[in-house]
Design a protein around this ligand. Sequence first.
Ligand SMILES: [Ca+2]
Ligand SMILES: [Ca+2]
Length: 154
Amino acid sequence: MSLLPILLLLGALVGPSFQELPSYTVSKLFQDSIYFLSKTDVPFNLENTNQLCKNIGGYLVEIDSVEEQFFVADFVEATTSSLVMTGETDAAKEGLFVHFNSQKPMPALKWKSGNPDNWGGNPGEDCMNINRYGINDLGCDRTLRYLCELKVVS
Ligand SMILES: [Ca+2]
Ligand SMILES: [Ca+2]
């Protein structure tokens, strides 16, 4: 492995403002990304939680392929049994999931059986979590762990 991911990692951990940084479990490198999983539950909010990820040089995870989904799901499962929030949302148009940070459309991924179901309706479930059973839409106002993605510049 090149030195760059390690330097990025150190930069993220000792960061601009050490005291304010939440604690994270860090994944291995996948393609050109590493993932930071919060060690505690945090009141989720697309804008605010994405900002927490920006504070460490990343953004709320954006799952761009089934391969990335499986890597992330394995990392999450190896780290916690808690639900983990990702960076996808269909708040703007029901059923049309986009990546919150980039606003790009989410590709076809493996949904948990019976989902997305927008359970409860109006506003229903407009955010997303991930585990080994697939992705699932759930409410945006949950207090859960979240996952950041950091791009490693090559
Ligand atoms: Ca929805
Ligand atoms: Ca659901």
